[in-house]
Design a binder for this molecule. Structure first.
Ligand code: PLP
Length: 455
């Protein structure tokens, strides 16, 4: 029987749910990433490392909401912190400054000293948007550079060459900018320059040729949270951007706290000009942060004397002098409370998560070896991906496209039947809620699946 059909028998409730959902939302989903063929599994309960679907199947969850949950589902400490904020403050939204903005800011600066000043946003997307505007305002240069295969949010400037067809994407050392969505503004897409990850020579050539136009280079220092930059590459990129007067932005929305408490910048010992954070640092609630060099961040400070009592300060005189940044929910107290509680837990337990992840990676590699299927568990800290390849190293997007994605998908579908959940082809993100028990069960499930598919 086809593996998807077998899965379908166990997940009839998900199918029926999705048929109803299609009457409400296009394709039944509110973010296309939540969909997979023929229909996604619909969860109704989560606790610790486990999820339960609408048919009462239980799964060990390795998606962890795309990395956002680093203390697992329904963490008691995080829950208590949110309730405490609401009960003590009486409300969950003031529309004024709040003490948790300072407390969280100081905590972040402990781990990310490059964030000399910072601002809060409501998502990683908003954080990278603000970072780009800051860089453009600071340098006076409008073009942005990003790397092929890197994701920074779904807007026109950055939704370029995230997951392009390699046949259309130009030469490996001179990638073309491919729009990833219908409806994108062609002139905005032309403003985005695409760079090859882990190829310093090619990056230098492209950046030097356009040094008067490019204001910033944004990078996921560990691509998609699992393909690390080569040390020499990231240090070289730091040097060349400095020389060419470009703002270097580390998008650590995925890597922040997850590859190390201090993010990828602490591992590489590189100081970016701007850092963006999100996901794990919100404890599962929507959040983003942008921080960096004082002189860059100060572009967004209110204009001097711009207060209601100063009648000489008309709007016309301050317009364009200040970089606009706003948001009704920026610095939401409940979310910052959840984030601070999460960081406190991670301070005590992140090392355990990292070593458990290493154990899982090593054991999986051994298991695959036994079944003679070439596999590398590629990743850093608490995130990794199962990459079916006999290549010694996976360096970038195109390397990944050349791996055996079909077999990986087949394995993932079989694993769903075994109660191991990640979205097919996705990464594994562990949490403080995962223990050796779950990990050993996962390894056993892999044993059964590999034995089945290789027989
Ligand atoms: N940057 C990176 C590196 C991400 O992985 C993501 C989300 O996956 C984003 C930005 C966008 O964050 P959000 O989904 O919170 O808008």
């Amino acid at each position: 029987q086809h593996p998807v059909m077998e899965l379908a028998e166990r997940t009839k409730g998900s199918y029926e749910f999705m048929e109803e959902a299609k009457k409400v939302m296009p394709g039944g989903v509110t973010a296309n990433i939540k969909h997979f063929a023929p229909y996604p599994i619909v969860m109704k309960h989560g606790r610790g490392a486990y999820l339960t679907d609408v048919d009462n199947n239980q799964y060990i969850d390795y998606l962890m909401s795309y990395g956002a949950l680093m203390t697992g589902h329904g963490d008691e400490e995080v829950k208590k912190a949110v309730i405490k904020q609401v009960e003590e403050d009486g409300t969950w939204l003031f529309g004024t400054p709040h003490e948790l903005e300072i407390k969280m800011g100081k905590k972040l600066q402990e781990y990310y000293p490059s964030m000399e000043l910072l601002r809060y946003t409501n998502s990683g997307t908003e954080a990278t948007l603000l970072a780009i505007r800051l860089a453009a305002a600071f340098t006076g240069k409008q073009k942005v550079a990003k790397f092929e295969g890197h994701y920074h949010g779904g807007y026109d400037q950055m939704l370029v060459s995230v997951n392009p067809s390699v046949d259309d994407a130009g030469e490996e050392d001179e990638p073309k900018g491919i729009a990833e969505s219908k409806g994108m503004c062609p002139s905005t897409v032309r403003n985005t320059v695409v760079l090859p990850f882990n190829n310093l020579k090619a990056c230098k050539k492209i950046l030097k040729a356009r040094k008067d136009e490019i204001g910033c280079v944004m990078i996921e220092p560990v691509q998609a949270g699992f393909i690390p930059a080569e040390r020499e590459f990231i240090h070289g990129l730091r040097k060349i951007t400095e020389e060419l007067g470009m703002v270097l932005i580390f998008d650590e929305v995925k890597t922040g706290f997850r590859v190390a408490l201090g993010g990828a910048q602490s591992i590489y010992d590189v100081k970016p000009d701007i850092t963006t954070l999100g996901k794990a640092v919100g404890g599962g609630y929507p959040v983003g942060m942008v921080g960096g060099k004082k002189e860059i961040m100060m572009m967004s400070a209110p204009a001097k004397g711009a207060d209601v009592f100063d009648s000489s300060q008309s709007k016309a005189s301050t317009a364009n002098e200040v970089l606009f940044h706003s948001g009704t929910y920026n610095g939401h107290p409940s979310i910052l409370a959840a984030g601070l509680a999460t960081i406190e837990i991670l301070e005590k337990k992140s090392d355990e998560v990292f070593s458990l992840t290493t154990y899982l990676k090593q054991r999986l590699e051994l298991t695959f070896k036994r079944y003679k299927i070439p596999m590398k568990a590629v990743g850093v800290g608490s995130i990794f991906s199962v990459v079916l390849t006999d290549k010694k190293k996976i360096l970038h997007y195109r390397d990944l496209q050349n791996t055996d994605l079909q077999t990986r998908k087949k394995i993932d579908i079989e694993l769903l039947k075994e109660g191991i959940y990640t979205k097919p082809l996705n990464r594994y993100s562990l949490s403080t809620a995962h223990t050796k028990k779950e990990v050993d069960e996962t390894i056993k499930a892999y044993e059964r699946v590999l034995s089945k598919i290789s027989s």
